[in-house]
Design a protein around this ligand. Structure first.
Ligand code: HPA
Ligand SMILES: [Zn+2]
Length: 338
């Protein structure tokens, strides 16, 4: 008899909330630092891991942006993305929709095309060699001015054939979605769906702004919606997906522990909840670990775990044919589980 955690870990799934810069494991950080002649402020890999004790989102972001400084060449971005895809494959991720933060790199003088070539090349290789489907989402950094996001959108225009959507991440408090209403309006005219982080640390009003002003098709995190029952009802009625990241929420102290997480309550309220890893190198687990940890801490039924995986296919930007193939893999897995 398979344990609930093993059943959860092995479910065929899509990952919809993953920052590629957040998959930089300390070992690769040191290897790239050596390759590029970058000096890190840590003696070794253990010292890096020991620094991963966060108070809140900002204390994480400070380390996350510092870590990204070792990424210089297209080969670096390729190696980063490839390492993630190998782990995703082991976690039975059939399809992944990943974020990248171009401003973190262009502000250090790395050309936009270098970043994109490296990431996209690895995603194509993953599709060919591992059978993992993908979409690539450009995120604007919300702690920077809207004009900087506009300039980033301009830089992206020649590469739109490789950019499938736009998102909003970084420091949430004090940077409401309304700050980016104009650049998101322009992004939508390009015929790409948009998403935004909202209601991770920010109030439920930021979720409402993301829906009404940015016109997002998914909310990244969104767990603070519970503070506004009318908003919860709306999210359920609209089947608006939430890309929830359980281990991230505990590491960044959004919840004191996993047993206190509200994702199962939201699922039972009819919301399209999905499980994702966010920044797995920093938060102690990839998407399979997140599924397994939820199974252990919250004791969902197998049907609920299967629903969480099915929601990931519902919320993913798949063609009808791709979605049917993913759902068949899920049905086959469930039928074979003992
Ligand atoms: O969890 C997150 N929230 C906001 N910005 C981020 N950038 C990387 N991870 C995150
Ligand atoms: Zn995130």
């Amino acid at each position: 008899m398979t344990s609930l955690a093993d059943y959860a870990r092995g479910l065929p799934k899509a990952e919809l909330h993953l920052h590629i810069e957040g998959t930089l494991e300390p070992e690769l950080m040191f290897a790239l630092a050596r390759r590029n002649g970058v000096t890190l402020p840590y003696a070794d890999v253990e010292a890096v891991r020991a620094a991963y004790r966060f108070e809140d989102l900002q204390s994480f972001l400070d380390l996350y942006y510092a870590g990204a400084s070792v990424l210089r060449t297209a080969a670096d971005f390729h190696d980063l993305t490839w390492a993630y895809l190998e782990r995703a494959h082991a976690d039975r991720v059939l399809h992944t929709e990943i974020f990248f933060d171009p401003q973190t790199h262009t502000d250090r003088g790395i050309p936009f095309a270098t970043v994109l070539d490296g990431i996209h090349g690895a995603l194509e290789r993953g599709r060919r060699e591992l059978g993992i489907g993908y979409r690539l989402i450009l995120c604007f950094l919300r702690h920077l001015p809207e004009a900087a996001a506009e300039a980033t959108l301009d830089a992206a225009l020649p590469h739109l054939d490789r950019i499938d959507g736009f998102g909003l991440d970084s420091s949430e408090r004090g940077h409401p979605p309304s700050k980016f209403a104009r650049v998101f309006a322009r992004a939508r005219t390009l015929g790409r769906p948009v998403v935004a982080h909202a209601g991770e640390e920010g109030p439920p009003a930021y979720i409402t702004e993301a829906l009404d002003l940015l016109k997002v098709v998914r909310i990244d995190h969104g767990v603070r919606c519970v503070e506004d029952p009318a908003l919860v009802a709306r999210l359920a009625r609209e089947r608006m997906p939430l890309t929830v990241c359980p281990l991230s929420n505990v590491k960044l102290r959004v919840f004191p522990d996993l047993a206190a997480h509200n994702l199962l309550t939201l699922l039972r309220d009819g919301l399209c909840v999905t499980i994702n890893s966010d920044d797995p190198a920093y938060f102690g687990g990839y998407v399979g670990d997140n599924f397994a940890a939820v199974a252990e801490a919250l004791a969902p039924s197998r049907a609920e775990l299967r629903q969480l995986a099915d929601n990931s296919f519902e919320a993913a930007w798949l063609t009808a044919e791709e979605r049917a193939r993913c759902r068949q893999a899920l049905a086959d897995y469930d039928a074979a589980a003992t």
